[in-house]
Design a protein around this ligand. Structure first.
Ligand SMILES: Nc1nc2c(ncn2[C@@H]2O[C@H](COP(=O)(O)O[C@H]3[C@@H](O)[C@H](n4cnc5c(=O)[nH]c(N)nc54)O[C@@H]3COP(=O)(O)O)[C@@H](O)[C@H]2O)c(=O)[nH]1
Length: 815
């Protein structure tokens, strides 16, 4: 409620109290004075009248003789005594006429002063009268008695001036006394007022200084235990609470300031209109605007053009709905920054919106990382092509459109032939560069609407959406294979590479992405099987093959548990000495339903499933056990070597060496009695690791031979680096001797080269005397083949060992 300015009301309490006391005193004094004046007046009049009566009584008593004797002189003398009475202005003595006293007629006998005009010609009607005349005089008529008879009258007139003077004096005195009383009352009231208002004033001053200095540690002084004292107590109590809350507030403000200052988050406060009223330094850092500019400038102007309308909309919705919002946008202030933020409501205890409090984070790095991650998640980092995930997404997307639009889809899976060799020989950097060039060539072969993806390694996929027919798909596949065949210049080397491709079509082959990939993969497998550098369409019989393959794997697992495997041992003969020098352990699987299953069929499946590890370990143990058995039975000496074949996975097994060692120990065999046979493919999987492992095996004394030498990536360069003991010339070279002169030349060269490198040579697949003679002529060290013996079951080994004689074999062959 507005306070109107009223002079009295606005006076300080002390003055009000003083004024109040003075007014009370004044009113009291005035009332008292009036009462006294009135009282004075009547009491003075009474006194005057009484004095007049006494005076009249005395004069009248004295004057009876004068009347009786009609002595005016005596009467005059009696009256003269009144000269001392200053108030008496007139006095007269009257006597009744002697002749007619009953008539009441009087004669003036004497007067004072002489012949006073004031003495009336008097015929009294009353015997006794006293009265005041016009408040100026008092008149008295006193009968003069003699023997109870009235003989005359005395008239006295006294003026009241004296009385009035006395009264006036009284009034003056009272006024002076009142003045003093008022002054004393004022003085006392002042003291009293100060006494009363002093604590209030002090309380007010304390409150004022607290407000001015913002110092809530101060306390008001308590002067009395009265109501003001209780107000002071309450005030101080309130200050305690405020001080505590103020301290808490300051502490929290300080915390906020510290947090705000050191925060890596931009913090800002807006008023109810959305204007920034506070911003911390980090906000300036993030926005690139100075603190003042942020507050002055319309900060929305720094929002990226593309994001501004979205932010404005959510901003408006926050202002109108009073609901917190999350923001995610770009800032354009020179460079582009991504920010993420939150703006919440700042409300009072009664839920009134006081403004808005918000935070923003610079998420540019996160965004960039996100973009990078997205790139990495969906694109191949080396070639920039779609990766497996994106390929899969697109394939599923195209298939779903296919169902709607009734189009066809071609899927080509592509694998580079022998890419590994290039990688190993030229190095991974060259391999990567080649893959990048291949990716470029692949993209040249297809339309922009097609998807070229790298699925990993040297495996690529091409999605051909909306392709008209399998004929059109075959044209693309041909184009790709031809394009890739073109020589590629890589690090000043000209490289030629071929590719194999498998094609599946939707909806003909399947409408499921997974099925299509699987079908194309089967077709690719067939293309590789067909000698690479070609493409194959998926056919339903490939599916049958797949089913058979899966059945084989299932049976293989069961066979391992059911111990359906056994080993056969093929002797190896020293051609020059004609002596048995070792056996190659070869696995056999005899299945009740399948009958005999060739290792050529089940070893790849065992490799594929990892079953080769337990299977291969069983072979090692069984071969060692068999050699121990033969040694123990005197069938062979400790110079006879047992050879086992190791596949890629087996050779990569970290526990291979320790496993071999523990078996040698268990069967008390020397490392030199045990040999591992590795194909070039096994070694080439990871030549560097293979070398380390081979060195370790050789250091232990275990013999190492390279199987199928000459069929793979045979190179003198890498052969030199291999710590092997024996090279096995592949059966394919031996089998056509002596008909195939080239094979003879190759065989002779391999033997000579191996000898140069101090390796011994085993010729595989020796079936005839001619082959043996040729190998002899080439100084081949050892031979293995049906000519000497087929692989023998363990039960036939005793007979073989006891009966073996190369001469007899040769003689029998000659006859
Ligand atoms: N990882 C493992 N691989 C193994 C194991 N056992 C065998 N194999 C590999 O399987 C492939 C086929 O072997 P297999 O059918 O046993 O054939 C061997 C011989 O029977 C055959 N051979 C031997 N001499 C002749 C011959 O004069 N003529 C002819 N037509 N065939 C002959 O050669 C095979 C032995 O070859 P190799 O191993 O290269 O010395 C084969 O690749 C085996 O390696 C196993 O336990 N683990």
């Amino acid at each position: 409620m507005p306070i109107s300015s009223q002079p009295f009301r606005d006076l300080p309490i002390a003055k009000k109290l003083t004024l109040f006391c003075v007014i009370i005193s004044l009113v009291s004094l005035i009332v008292a004075m009036i009462a006294i004046i009135f009282y004075d007046r009547y009491s003075f009049e009474d006194i005057l009248k009484n004095e007049l009566v006494v005076l009249a009584s005395v004069i009248s008593n004295r004057s009876s003789a004068a009347i009786v004797f009609d002595d005016s002189e005596l009467a005059g003398n009696n009256l003269k005594s009144l000269s001392f009475q200053k108030a008496i202005v007139a006095a007269c003595i009257y006597k009744f006429d002697d002749n007619e006293p009953e008539s009441g007629i009087t004669t003036r006998l004497a007067s004072f002063p002489n012949n006073s005009v004031n003495c009336p010609t008097y015929t009294p009607t009353d015997t006794f009268l006293i009265d005041s005349v016009d408040n100026q005089y008092i008149e008295l008529i006193q009968p003069i008695m003699l023997d109870n008879s009235i003989i005359g009258y005395l008239y006295l007139q006294s003026n009241t001036k004296n009385l009035q003077d006395r009264q006036t004096n009284h009034v003056y005195v009272m006024l002076i006394v009142s003045l003093f009383a008022v002054l004393i009352a004022f003085w006392l009231a002042n003291i009293f007022a100060r006494w009363i208002s002093g604590p209030l004033l002090s309380l007010g001053l304390t409150a004022q200084s607290i407000a001015e200095e913002d110092d809530y540690s101060r306390r008001a002084d308590k002067h009395h235990n009265d109501e003001v004292g209780r107000v002071v107590d309450s005030f101080n109590l309130m200050l305690d609470v405020i001080e505590r809350e103020d301290a808490d507030l300051r502490e929290s403000e300080e915390k906020f300031r510290l947090i705000s200052a050191s925060s890596k988050v931009g913090i800002f406060q807006l008023d109810t209109q959305g204007n920034i009223v506070y911003a911390n330094d980090e906000l300036s850092q993030i926005t690139g605007l100075s603190n003042n500019t942020i507050i002055e400038q319309n900060w929305l102007s720094v929002i990226h053009d593309d994001d501004r309308s979205v932010i404005e909309n959510s901003w408006q919705s926050m202002l109108s709905n009073n609901q917190a919002i999350n923001i995610n946008c770009r800032l354009q202030n020179g460079s582009i920054k991504w920010i993420s933020g939150h703006v919440g409501l700042l409300t009072s205890n009664d839920a009134q919106v006081l403004g808005y409090l918000g935070t923003i984070n610079d998420i540019t790095e996160i965004k960039n990382a996100q973009v990078q991650l997205e790139q990495m998640a969906f694109y191949d980092t080396l070639t920039g092509l779609a990766n497996r995930r994106l390929f899969r997404n697109r394939l599923e997307h195209v298939i779903s459109n296919l169902k709607r639009e009734g189009n066809s889809l071609g899927l080509i899976l592509l694998d580079l032939d022998n890419f590994k060799n290039i990688n190993d020989s030229l190095g991974h950097d060259s391999g990567d560069a080649l893959l990048t060039l291949i990716a470029e060539r692949l993209q040249e072969c297809v339309r922009a609407s097609d998807t070229v993806a790298r699925l990993g390694g040297d495996e690529f996929a091409i999605i051909l959406p909306g392709i008209s027919s399998s004929l059109a798909a075959s044209h693309v596949a041909e184009k790709i294979i031809d394009t890739l065949k073109r020589p590629i210049a890589l690090n000043e080397t000209e490289i030629r590479i071929t590719a194999s491709a498998g094609i599946s079509m939707a909806p003909e082959d399947s409408n499921s992405a997974e099925e299509l990939i699987k079908n194309a993969d089967l077709a690719l497998y067939r293309a590789k099987d067909q000698g690479r550098d070609n493409y194959q369409f998926f056919t339903s019989e490939m599916n049958t093959q797949l089913i058979n393959h899966l059945q084989l794997i299932q049976d293989l697992r069961k066979a391992l548990e059911a111990r359906e495997f056994h080993l056969v041992y093929q002797p190896q003969i020293d051609i020059k000495q004609g002596q048995l020098i070792g056996f190659e352990a070869l696995i056999r699987w005899q299945n009740s339903e399948r009958g005999f299953v060739s290792p050529m069929d089940f070893i790849p499946a065992a490799e594929e499933t990892g079953l080769i590890i337990p299977l291969g370990r069983w072979v090692i143990s069984e071969a060692c056990r068999q050699l121990r058995h033969m040694c123990d039975n005197g069938l062979v000496g400790d110079n006879v070597v047992m050879t086992v074949n190791l596949s890629v996975l087996q050779f990569q097994d970290d526990e291979l060496i320790s496993f071999i060692q523990s078996n040698l120990k268990e069967y008390q065999l020397k490392p030199g009695q045990f040999e591992i046979e590795l194909t070039e493919t096994v070694l080439m999987e990871n030549l560097d690791d293979a070398l380390i492992k081979l060195e370790a095996l050789k250091a232990l004394g275990i013999l190492i031979s390279i199987d199928d030498f000459g069929t793979g990536y045979s190179s003198l360069g890498y052969l030199k680096r291999l710590p092997v003991n024996i090279v096995k010339v592949d059966r394919s070279f031996v089998m056509d001797i002596p008909q195939d002169k080239d094979d003879m030349a190759i065989t002779a060269a391999v033997i000579a080269m191996a000898h140069k490198l101090n390796y011994q040579v085993v010729a595989e697949g020796v079936e005839t005397e001619e082959q043996l003679q040729f190998l002899e002529s080439c100084q081949c060290d050892y031979g293995q083949g049906y000519y000497f013996s087929r692989p023998l079951p363990a039960s036939d080994l005793e007979e073989f060992c006891n009966d073996f004689n190369l001469e007899s074999i040769r003689n029998a062959s000659a006859s």
